[in-house]
Design a protein around this ligand. Structure first.
Ligand SMILES: [Zn+2]
Length: 488
């Protein structure tokens, strides 16, 4: 038995002005052939799960290509066509019995909104409709009928922050082996209600989502259920297939798959009254943090959730920290221009910077910072623990650490880099537990890294391309009526 493995993953924010091209995939790194094993094999990602299961079972895997880019705007069609042509090239002349292909599930392509459906169509066109094809998906996927129809099975993470990617990859691979041997016959069904699930409530360890995740785990203890999935969906992709849905994979039992997916979709729908999105604004949140009797306080800048494809240079909280004279705060801001100015000043040099607010008109205006360059670094860091995203090797690009006021730090980087790992700070010599205020440009995912140091969380309603309130987004392609945009 031989299994081809690979992945092309992107979470696309339709409201972002920054299109995603091949260079942005290359910034994170495109791993091909045996390089895929070197880069992803010892990670916590589902690709590592595929490899681990197949290796353990003594099944040969054929690594093709794994490409991932930091969430950003719509993906250029040419980039995906190029990546797919490399996958096809790697498999030319090879014989294999099945394909395990990792997708995010919320990719929006230029000219083809269902980006993941497009990739699956191309795989089917190249390798035929009969070959077993199983895909893993992110918990933030927007699942289309096409994706369900073109795969034999979908396997979705059951956690947010995503900390079970390795196990879900193993499950997908073991299902593939059993399928090829004729031991199981994956049969899947999807059910949905028209529902955009606010990102604020997509935590699987606290809040309204938790009992549903417990139910999925219970269902998977049954022999006839091969995978029990639900996705919260990605609210920032303006696509017809947006939203929270359930997909259940059974062993040949279509009626059971339909019945259970309907049950889960009904449970999601029943949560509507518990999904309000009222949060303090930046001024109020900084006031609360300055007065807090416990520290560190994490301020979650919801409108600039970098892992959701936003600009990474929002200044709504930074400007309030400066205005309200906060002390011992940390903010990470993407601003290559300011990094260059810091390199010019050198370590120890005084700088007068206009920080952030440069990508678009939606994330605030530049903030004047007069400070001292404490450190310059190449921005590479490693994460060995189980953290959201499962990646081991990270790179925030050339990075400057600037100190201003009373013990405040701005980490200014050259790649948009979401706060999934504390090593983003630790690698710069920062001890986050000694600070009063830690600002994260995030929603939920940062928690896997930060819960060990934080004493209090304040989620903040800031404007931006990842506003916590879906009613503020100018959707053009979602089906109406839909919760919470319309009364239903
Ligand atoms: Zn996700």
């Amino acid at each position: 038995m031989r299994i081809a493995i690979g992945g092309i993953m992107h979470e696309s924010n339709s409201f972002s002005a920054k299109p995603t091209n091949l260079a942005l995939f290359e910034e994170v790194g495109i791993a091909e052939g045996e390089d895929l094993r070197r880069v992803w094999g010892n990670s916590r990602h589902e690709i590592a799960g595929y490899l681990a299961d197949l290796d353990e079972a003594g099944v040969e895997s054929i690594p093709t290509l794994m490409a991932w880019a930091t969430p950003s705007g719509m993906v250029e069609r040419a980039a995906i066509d190029e990546l797919l042509s490399r996958v096809f090239h790697r498999l030319k002349g090879e014989s294999f019995d099945g394909i395990l292909f990792g997708l995010h599930g919320a990719m929006v392509l230029e000219g083809h909104q269902d980006g993941d459906g497009y990739i699956l169509q191309r795989l089917r066109a190249e390798f035929g409709s009969e070959i077993p094809l199983i895909s893993t998906l992110d918990f933030h996927a927007n699942i289309s009928e096409t994706m369900v129809n073109l795969t034999d099975a979908l396997v979705v993470y059951q956690s947010n922050p995503h900390v079970d990617q390795l196990q879900r990859g193993k499950l997908a691979a073991s299902m593939m082996r059993r399928f090829i041997k004729g031991e199981v016959r994956p049969t899947q069904a999807m059910a949905r209600h028209p529902m955009i699930f606010p990102i604020l409530h997509q935590n699987t360890t606290h809040g309204p989502m938790k009992p549903l995740i417990d139910r999925l785990k219970e269902l998977e203890t049954r022999d006839e259920v091969l995978a029990a999935n639900l996705v919260a969906g990605f609210p920032y992709a303006d696509v017809p297939e947006i939203g929270a849905v359930s997909v259940i994979v059974t062993d040949g039992d279509e009626a059971l798959a339909q019945e259970l997916s309907k049950e889960l979709a009904d449970s999601l729908w029943a949560l509507r009254d518990r999904l309000d999105t009222n949060l303090p604004d930046a001024a109020e949140a900084v006031r609360l943090a300055n007065e807090s009797v416990v520290e560190p306080v994490v301020l979650v800048e919801m409108g600039d959730n970098v892992g959701g494809g936003s600009a990474a240079d929002s200044t709504f909280i930074l400007s309030e920290l400066v205005r309200q004279k906060s002390e011992r705060s940390i903010v990470v801001v993407y601003d290559p221009e300011s990094v260059k100015a810091c390199v010019g000043a050198g370590i120890g040099g005084q700088v007068s910077l206009q920080v952030g607010g440069k990508t678009d008109e939606l994330h605030g205006t530049p903030v004047s910072i007069f400070g001292r360059v404490r450190l310059l670094a190449d921005g590479k860091y490693e994460e060995r623990e189980i953290r959201h995203g499962g990646r081991r090797y990270n790179d925030q690009g050339l990075t400057a650490l600037v100190e201003y006021g009373v013990g405040n730090l701005v980490v200014i980087n050259s790649h948009r880099d979401p706060p999934m790992s504390l090593h983003q700070l630790l690698s710069l010599g920062i001890q986050p537990e000694r600070f009063r205020i830690l600002v994260v440009k995030a929603a939920i995912a940062y928690r896997a890294a930060y819960e060990s140091v934080l004493k209090r969380i304040i989620e903040v309603d800031t404007p931006g391309t990842t506003t916590p309130n879906p009613r503020r987004l100018d959707y053009k392609h979602v089906p109406r009526p839909i919760f919470p945009l319309d009364e239903i």
